[in-house]
Design a protein around this ligand. Structure first.
Ligand code: DAH
Length: 353
């Protein structure tokens, strides 16, 4: 066997060993076996010196070819094995960080806002527009222009939050302030009639304040929805029809509506409106206190005196007004026995709506 044959066979053997090496360590062993200090190819290369000058160039060329081929094969196999080793390590070290996930609680509109929106929707369908007024109000709008006599009980200190300016020279003595937290949304009627000409069809939802201690049926701050219509030829029949439409839309077409005579300073005649009890259908039960009816709002025909305060001609125009408590409506609609639940912010309660 010539030395060239020997080199070629060594090459085949070495390339096969490279191909067979399954790990980096095995590959390194192959490299050392052929190209290391004591490697078999190294031994052949070392022997070159002993060759005759005629043999040397050809053998030198072939042995160099073999060395280059082997190094190339080693390099590419090493790369392949390194990639495989890395992939294997990544797979082995992988940690499953999948967690059930943290749920973010989804908020929702407060039940009172839902109710106000629902009521607004009913009246928007009848062509009403939304009106607003200030919560810090003048006595004039809250009482005087609404035809309250000076000694009306609602003006008493124990019923109304008066606002005193303690900073300047207006530092009023308690009870002498003409600034207050509105006790109802009716003053919005006055603002609207001062700034708009009939025909007027408005709905005014908003917060109101009274000096009450919170209990199942009272809140010191609550929500009212005021309605006002001023036009030619508006009658008590229009008021009744409007309220029946509202009650049916809000509580269902099977509910009946009853108007009881009442008194409000700013309407004449005035009435309180009852809706038939949903539980007993009017027979009388615990829910309605044996009455068969539940009170839901106050209403009446706008008193001509109020028209005079705002400069609307009571000979030409008539109108009706109504006011209701959103908490009360919501309480009736959902059978909530204690109005305080609406303002306490307990999400276990609120998430039911
Ligand atoms: N403002 C009255 C209250 O708070 C409710 C009310 C009654 C409003 C009759 C009205 C009305 O517009 O006509 O008790």
């Amino acid at each position: 066997m010539t030395i060239i044959d020997e080199l070629r066979s060594l090459e085949r053997e070495a390339l096969a060993a490279v191909a067979a090496a399954g790990t980096l360590d095995a590959l390194e062993a192959v490299r050392i076996g052929y190209l290391g200090k004591k490697g078999s190819l190294t031994a052949v290369l070392r022997g070159l010196g002993a060759l005759s000058p005629e043999e040397r160039p050809e053998v030198g060329r072939v042995s160099n070819e073999v060395r280059v081929a082997l190094e190339g094969a080693l390099d590419s196999k090493r790369t392949t094995l390194q990639h495989a080793a890395r992939a294997e390590r990544i797979a082995a070290e992988a940690v499953d960080v999948t967690l059930p996930g943290r749920r973010r609680p989804v908020g929702r509109q407060h039940v009172l806002h839902q109710i106000v929106d629902e009521i607004v929707e009913v009246f928007a369908g009848l062509g009403y527009r939304i009106a607003e007024g200030p919560e810090v109000e003048l006595d004039y709008y809250n009482f005087t222009a609404l035809n309250h006599p000076p000694d009306h009980p609602a003006r008493a200190l124990q019923d109304t939050f008066y606002v005193r300016d303690l900073s300047g020279d207006r530092a009023a003595v308690e009870g002498e302030s003409d600034v207050l937290l509105r006790t109802h949304t009716s003053p919005v009627q006055v603002h609207v009639m001062e700034s708009q000409k009939p025909p007027i069809y408005v709905l005014a939802p908003g917060k109101v304040y009274r000096r009450d201690v919170a209990d199942p049926s009272h809140l010191p701050q609550f929500t009212q929805i005021e309605g006002l219509v001023v036009d030619e030829d508006i009658t008590f029949g229009d008021l009744k029809g409007t309220l029946e439409h509202f009650v049916h839309a809000m509580f269902g077409p099977e509910r009946r509506v009853r108007l009881r005579p009442h008194f409000f300073p700013f309407t004449e005649p005035s009435a309180e409106v009852d809706v038939s009890c949903a539980i007993c259908g009017g027979q009388g039960c615990r829910t309605c206190g044996g009455e068969g009816w539940l009170e839901i709002l106050g209403c009446g025909m706008v008193d001509p005196n109020v028209f005079r305060y705002v400069g609307i001609d009571p000979e030409r125009y008539t109108g009706f007004a109504f006011g209701m408590g959103a908490e009360r409506i919501a309480g009736l609609k959902y059978g909530v026995p204690d109005l305080r639940l609406f303002v306490e912010g307990d999400t276990r309660f609120l998430h039911q709506f």
